[in-house]
Design a protein around this ligand. Structure first.
Ligand SMILES: Nc1nc2c(ncn2[C@@H]2O[C@H](COP(=O)(O)OP(=O)(O)OP(=O)(O)O)[C@@H](O)[C@H]2O)c(=O)[nH]1
Ligand SMILES: [Mg+2]
Length: 217
């Protein structure tokens, strides 16, 4: 869908993209960016989604920007998500801004408190019709979870974006977060005549799991 930086690049251990004899491996491509403060779990969410594993142990902050591809099938359409994992540290901000322009989907992951500043950044640097999703990661950590959830819901309502809590540790809602973006991109790419309209916020609300709760209730 876009000529994005790195589209033709290959990673260590990742084969260069070639079409198999029977046709291309996907029907459309979308670029997704993960944004948020350092340590909120962006890289872990990507690894959970891509490889089904959790990176526990020593925290290694991302330097600059990195990407992984994953093809998902939504409603019979294969969508290649090119997922850009940005560094949350302030000193890399100018590097990551350069990549905003071509992204169709963005995930904002927040740890303890929602960060409206990231939404302001997206509006400043990204395309107008970018798909934004607000995620509250580390939902498996019980402390302050409910407060976080309420804050997240409120911020999401204010900005008109979907919100869900995720956990890279348990996998909760991780697949859904990426699939919802893939569905939206597929819907935008070409709606069939008999296809019902797709509202990403309604879809997320109907599908998301809520953290099983709460020690003080
Ligand atoms: N309990 C719990 N810990 C998590 C979760 N996600 C990430 N972590 C931990 O949080 C720390 C930071 O995770 P990263 O994914 O590296 O954070 P990041 O957002 O990529 O940070 P930067 O690359 O600096 O922007 C690591 O120690 C992870 O093990 C989660 O869902 N639950
Ligand atoms: Mg990282």
């Amino acid at each position: 869908m876009t000529g994005t930086p790195g589209t033709a690049a290959t990673r260590d251990g990742e084969a260069p993209e070639r079409s198999p004899p029977c046709g291309p491996s996907h029907d459309l491509t979308g670029k997704v960016m993960l944004l948020g403060d350092s340590g909120v779990g962006k890289t872990c969410l990507l690894i959970r989604f891509r490889d089904g594993a959790f990176l526990s142990g020593t925290f290694i902050a991302t330097v600059g920007i990195d990407f992984r591809n994953k093809v998902v099938t939504v409603d019979g359409v294969r969508v290649k998500l090119q997922i850009w994992d940005t560094a949350g540290q302030e000193r890399f901000r100018s590097v990551t801004h350069a990549y905003y322009r071509d992204a169709q989907g963005k995930g904002l992951w927040h740890g303890a408190t929602p960060q409206p500043a990231w939404l302001t950044e997206i509006h400043e640097y990204a395309q107008r019709d970018v798909v934004i999703m607000l995620l509250g990661n580390k939902a498996d950590v019980s402390s302050e979870r409910v407060i976080r959830s309420e804050d997240g819901e409120m911020l999401a309502r204010e900005y008109g974006v979907p919100f869900m809590e995720t956990s890279a540790k348990t996998g909760m809602n991780v697949e859904l977060a990426f699939l919802a973006i893939a569905k939206e991109l597929k819907y935008r790419a070409g709606r069939q005549a008999d296809e019902p309209s797709f509202q990403i916020r309604d879809y997320v609300e109907s599908q998301k799991k809520r953290p099983s709760c709460c020690s003080f209730l």
